[in-house]
Design a binder for this molecule. Structure first.
Ligand code: HEC
Ligand code: HEC
Ligand code: HEC
Length: 409
């Protein structure tokens, strides 16, 4: 039951595109500040649908409560936010309320944006006003009753939403506070990296959650997210430099971006300054681990089957040590890898079945591509393989079952 609710609770954004060309710098410093914050908040990823104009909305979000579309946030007076005063914009951004008093759905992460400072909210407004107006309206939402009743969101907010600006922690250095502000108020990493409850509210503790998105072939599948805390199954083996490199360039000695992280890195974090990304990494590295989970140890027989499959199918690229092959760039490091170790193995299974979906446009070539093994290996083989790589080379995560693999097919 818990698993079922967890599964139901994931929110899916359909076909998020890596948007290019909208992040060009501007000359006016006030506008430039807002542009940079819009990058940090990744407004463009959610407010652009595939083939559509940037910020014109229309991206579908499939939730357990129905389908919702992002709105047009260009300054078009009829279908966008062209007629909104600054106060009205700030109320939507930080309180989740429209000018006509209607509540907004929390698929719009105002639960994070509520922490944006007055000066930054102002800069965002100034920037949004400079965008080219686009006169297209998103499709009508198809939310089920009673979730189509916006007044009911008022009750949701009473239970799960705390309005308020970011408050710096005076015991921490300025760099940590800058990182905390960027992660919590703008980058909303917790929207995907924290578990959600049965009414869709994300916890603020980033111990790992899930997100539904396309796999190669276009089907929607659950992707699990790893813990972003310093837990052994989180960012424990990644240094501040590793995290910075990953977010700033899309790759580090462990991995290269793929899957749902593509839009986060390509549209947002890699366009931020090195200093800001490093501050985010410093903050993430300071997050205390959650409670350790009790895990079921795999049988010696499963480990044996898994090891044999690994050596035949994966070892040439990822090496028998699991350390990857950095010299020939043939395979990412699987020892201490957050996706390999995540409590929920859905993303690891997706990667094995479908291969890692790389960003489009691609990063300059480095790694040799990894193809999917879905056609070559049966569910129980993939389960044994995943179990093996989660429990060797110092990795210590729960066994994977054939049922868990079948769900990702
Ligand atoms: C994770 C996806 C996501 C991100 C990121 C996001 N939005 Fe949205 N936004 C939405 C969705 C979905 C809605 C529609 C909510 C609804 O209809 O209740 C929305 C609604 C809005 C609205 C209300 C518009 C209206 O007509 O009611 C504004 C304003 C807005 N977003 C601005 C922004 C800005 C500015 C940013 C970046 C700082 C941003 N959004 C980032 C998903 C997102
Ligand atoms: C839209 C959902 C979403 C958001 C927002 C998001 N992530 Fe992720 N993240 C994922 C998923 C799913 C995975 C696992 C699969 C993948 O790498 O795409 C992941 C994986 C990761 C990994 C491990 C990568 C690896 O290959 O081992 C790190 C580190 C990470 N995310 C950091 C962040 C940070 C920092 C933020 C905020 C700036 C963030 N994520 C925001 C969905 C998200
Ligand atoms: C042809 C070489 C090659 C083979 C064979 C191969 N991989 Fe990979 N694998 C890669 C490369 C390169 C990457 C990095 C791509 C990326 O991170 O975007 C990768 C990434 C991964 C990741 C994601 C790591 C992360 O950071 O999240 C996992 C998990 C993985 N491989 C597991 C496997 C397993 C299990 C097998 C055997 C069934 C396998 N690979 C076979 C080359 C290979």
């Amino acid at each position: 039951m818990r698993l079922l609710t967890k599964r139901l609770m994931s929110i899916a954004a359909l076909s998020v595109a890596c948007v290019t060309g909208v992040h060009a710098q501007t000359a006016d410093p006030a506008v430039e500040r807002g542009r940079y914050l819009a990058v940090a908040g990744n407004c463009v990823s959610c407010h652009t649908h595939e083939g559509g104009k940037p910020f014109a909305g229309g991206l579908a979000f499939r939730t357990p409560f129905g389908t919702l579309y992002s709105t047009n946030i260009t300054p078009d007076p009829a279908v966008g936010i062209g007629k909104w005063s600054e106060a009205e914009f700030l109320r939507a951004l930080r309180s989740g309320v429209r000018p006509n008093g209607e509540h907004l759905y929390p698929a719009f992460p105002y639960t994070a944006f509520t922490k944006i400072s007055d000066a930054d909210a102002h800069a965002l407004y100034v920037y949004m006003k400079t965008l080219t107006p686009v006169n297209t309206a998103p499709p009508e939402n198809q939310m089920h009753f009673p979730y189509n009743q916006r007044w009911a969101l008022g009750m949701w907010k009473m239970m799960f939403f705390t309005e308020g600006r970011f408050a710096a922690d005076k015991n921490e250095p300025a760099q940590w506070n800058r990182g905390a502000y960027l992660v919590q108020a703008l980058a909303h990493c917790d929207a995907c990296h924290a578990p959600r409850n049965f009414l869709g509210a994300a916890s603020s503790v980033m111990i790992g959650g899930e997100y539904t998105a396309a796999v190669p072939g276009g089907e929607q599948r659950v992707w699990s997210t790893p813990s972003l805390t310093s837990a052994p199954n989180g960012l424990h083996s990644w240094s501040v430099q590793d995290i910075t490199e990953y977010l700033k360039t899309g790759r580090n000695s462990f991995a290269e971006t793929y899957g749902p992280m593509n839009e986060v890195i390509m549209n947002s974090t890699r366009n931020l300054s090195e200093a800001d990304v490093q501050a985010m990494a410093v903050y993430l590295k300071s997050l205390p681990p959650g409670k350790p989970e009790s895990i079921s140890k795999p049988s010696a027989e499963t480990m044996q089957v898994g090891e044999t499959l690994y050596n035949v199918q994966c070892g040439t690229c990822h090496l028998p040590t699991g350390l990857g092959n950095q010299d020939e760039n043939s395979g990412a490091r699987l020892a201490g890898n957050p996706v390999v170790l995540a409590s929920n193995p859905a993303s690891l299974i997706n990667t094995i079945i479908y291969g890692p979906p790389l960003p489009n446009p691609q990063l300059p070539k480095r790694w040799k591509p990894m193809e999917g093994f879905g056609d070559k290996l049966a569910d129980d083989e993939i389960a044994a393989l995943a179990t093996f790589i989660r429990a060797t080379w110092g990795n210590d995560a729960a066994a994977v079952t054939a049922d868990q693999v079948a769900k990702q097919r």
